[in-house]
Design a protein around this ligand. Structure first.
Ligand code: NAD
Length: 450
């Protein structure tokens, strides 16, 4: 689906007109392509009082990644990224120094598609009140700052739980993800790293070599993009979809040089058949991405039982059953990864979507409770919550609400399937082993609220 408005406000006369009228002017997002540098320009690293050691360590890591690292704001210099290290803050008084030093340069000196990343610690109940206030303050700064950035730039935060250092694999993985254009449509999000688990891949560009991944609902849309992205990152991919989508499923399987499994995921033995196919054809199963999902929207007052039941059956009950079968198969034991597709409708709710909202909020609860069942194997379960993504699913939304949904985010446009796929690829990578039971939004900082 093309976004005509985005094209118009970026070309010729209509661009000038939109500027004159003060209309929203989303810019086309820059997306990562293999062979591109991790960050296309200098990266500024600043640290707050009590965070200098961590800031030094982050700067050293970035240098090891061959980035051009600067420690002070130099007049006239453009920066592709800014990392603000706030891990040691003790009091809200300490926030102003580093934040204002960055604030002064963002408008003129942050390059288009620039990246701002904060590193901080979570505010927890046994913190001293001033420490908790300072730490929680970072959330407010990051979410507000992300709303102010323009030119396709984004702001995201990494929250390091106790015992997690700035060199932990998942902190490094998240830092690379947020700094690069892989995270083009992730904006205004704070991702918690729960533990130092996970491992740094031998090759950051092909972290999934040797892994076998299954993607459901992969005949089109987001699922097809996930299959392509996991294959690009080195995985052998099994694509799953209903028999009616068999032809396009076969095409996706060919494109990714994987295999196709025609299967309705609501079948009682779906999990067993997935394991059997992956192990028989590829020798193992390491990653399952629960992407298949359906919409049957109606206001609750008009909701019939069949619409309710079918959404629950496909979007959540099937995943629960498949996960149980994965866990009891004895095959899903090599640092396994589960990623489920949630939705911002499962976080903020959406009119006409009580059934869908129940299923997608259910996914968020499910991954939180499934993750601990996988820790013994070095595994994780997480969710990705897309906002408005340009697919066949959203093309069916009537014109006016579709246009409103597109613009109602900090990036003022819908995302692309590849944006969700890049986020899934990061969460199933070896480096993400310390991110456990979390939900990461891919929504351009959608303004739908909580
Ligand atoms: P889509 O409708 O384009 O594709 C979904 C795929 O799932 C289809 O190929 C379909 O055949 C398959 N599928 C449906 N029921 C199945 C079943 N029982 N067994 C096997 N396969 C089945 O959807 P999409 O827009 O690509 O969305 C993918 C996922 O992302 C869904 O879970 C959706 O809820 C979620 N999501 C999408 C958006 C968006 O804006 N597009 C936003 C939030 C969440």
């Amino acid at each position: 689906m093309t976004d005509t408005y985005l094209n118009l406000v970026n070309t010729g006369l209509t661009k000038k007109l939109a500027k004159k009228l003060g209309l929203p002017r989303p810019v086309p997002l820059v997306r990562w392509k293999p062979g591109q540098p991790l960050v296309a320009g200098p990266v500024l690293v600043v640290g707050s009082e009590h965070s200098e050691k961590d800031a030094d360590a982050v700067a050293t890591t970035l240098l090891e990644w061959d980035l051009d690292v600067r420690r002070t704001v130099e007049p006239g210099q453009r920066y592709a990224g800014v990392v603000v290290v706030l891990t040691g803050i003790q009091h809200p008084d300490e926030l102003g120094g580093p934040v204002l030093s960055v604030g002064g340069m963002l408008r003129e000196q942050l390059a288009p598609a620039g990246r701002v990343v904060t590193l901080s610690r979570p505010a927890v109940a046994d913190d001293a009140p001033a420490v908790a206030a300072a730490r929680q303050g970072v959330d407010g700064i990051l979410r507000s700052l992300a709303k102010e950035l323009r030119g396709g730039s984004t702001g995201n935060g990494i929250v390091l739980s106790d015992g997690v250092g700035v060199g932990a694999p998942s902190v490094l993985g998240a830092l690379r993800f947020f700094l690069s254009t892989r995270s083009a449509f992730v904006d205004g999000q704070l991702l918690t790293v729960d533990s130092p688990a996970g491992s740094v891949p031998q090759d950051w560009e092909r972290p999934l070599v040797g892994r076998v991944a299954v993607v459901t609902g992969a005949a089109r849309g987001i699922g097809a993009a996930i299959a392509e992205t996991l294959a690009r990152d080195g995985a052998t991919v099994v694509v799953v979809d209903v028999p009616a989508a068999g032809e396009s499923l076969a095409q996706v399987a060919n494109r990714v040089r994987g295999t196709a499994l025609q299967l309705d995921i609501t079948a009682p033995d779906a999990g067993e058949r997935i394991v059997e196919h992956a192990v028989k054809r590829h020798g193992r199963i390491d990653v399952v991405v629960h992407n298949a999902g359906i919409l049957r929207d109606k206001l609750l007052a008009n909701m019939k039982r069949d619409r309710w039941d079918s959404v629950i059956a496909v979007n959540i009950a099937a995943q629960l059953r498949i996960n149980e079968q994965l866990l009891t198969s004895g095959e899903f034991t090599h640092e396994p990864r589960i990623v489920s597709l949630a939705s911002t409708s499962g976080i903020a709710g959406n009119r006409g979507q009580t059934n869908y909202g129940a299923s997608k909020a259910g996914v968020i609860g499910m991954v939180r409770a499934t993750a601990p069942l996988l820790t013994a194997f070095g595994g994780t379960a997480n969710a990705v919550a897309p906002g408005f993504i340009e697919t066949d699913m959203t093309a069916r939304i009537p014109r006016v609400p579709r246009e409103v949904a597109r613009r109602a985010s900090s990036l003022q446009q819908g995302g692309k399937p590849v944006d969700v796929a890049e986020t899934v690829a990061f969460l199933v990578s070896p480096a993400a082993g310390g991110i456990v039971g979390r939900t990461l939004r891919v929504c351009g900082q959608n303004l739908v609220g909580q």
